[in-house]
Design a protein around this ligand. Structure first.
Ligand SMILES: [Zn+2]
Length: 225
């Protein structure tokens, strides 16, 4: 079940009062329209009933895709990269989760949409983060004339190419939005997948909420095997 509550909003432009629906949890099988609203971010857009002014209001939510076997604990703050891996409450209601169920902390709207893109494509977010990690650490080559090219910019997986041969990533600047796209071959992904399966450091614990991000990969790679 998707759950929500109503919050009063005061328009910053005309001071009129209105209400906004804040979704505490989203079940995409029961409410597929809410997924669309997450993806186009209209879920986080409030329109003043008096003057039509639009305000972007983010809030944390629990995004649950039962068919896709994943649950995302979304925190709208992008900066927080707490690497904790918490055990999921041992509750009968969650006994249905098998070993393959992915439980993730996600920080920031870009990361939330990225996780959904990744899992919708049937990809491993651990492998996608590994690829992003290696790109970030070598990428200065992408733009040799400007060694600072990547500083402050984030990399997000967006989609598979039409022929299914490449994973497409966007390079996002906080001020300018998407500044470039690049692709990595599915072969590279498969090689990385095989290696990661054999690497104990990337094993997923049953019912453990993981924060799979750059810092998590960095910490895992720096830990001993
Ligand atoms: Zn207004």
């Amino acid at each position: 079940m998707s759950q929500h509550h109503i919050q009063k909003i005061v328009c910053p432009k005309c001071a009129a009062q209105g209400e906004m629906t804040i979704w505490d949890s989203i079940n995409v099988q029961l409410n597929p329209e809410l997924k669309d609203k997450v993806m186009d971010e209209s879920l986080f857009t409030w329109t003043c009933p008096s003057c039509g002014h639009q305000v972007y209001i983010t809030f944390g939510t629990l995004y649950h895709d039962l068919a896709g076997q994943f649950m995302l604990f979304f925190d709208h703050k992008a900066e927080d990269n707490d690497l904790s891996e918490d055990a999921f409450p041992d509750n009968e209601a969650f006994a249905q989760f098998n070993k393959n169920y992915r439980l993730r902390y996600v920080h920031g709207i870009h990361a939330l949409k990225e996780k959904i893109f990744i899992f919708d494509e049937g990809l491993s977010d651990v492998v996608v983060e590994l690829l992003k990690y290696f790109v970030r650490n070598q990428v200065i080559r992408i733009n040799e004339s400007d060694p600072n090219f990547l500083i402050g910019k984030a990399i997000y997986f967006t989609n598979m190419s039409d022929d299914g041969e490449q994973l497409i990533f966007a390079l996002v600047s906080p001020r300018k939005g998407v500044v470039a796209h690049f692709g990595l071959s599915i072969d590279l992904y498969e090689q990385c997948l095989q290696k990661s399966i054999l690497d104990e450091r990337f094993k997923q614990e049953k019912n453990c909420i993981m924060n799979v991000c750059y810092e998590w990969i960095d910490a895992k790679l720096k830990s001993s095997k």
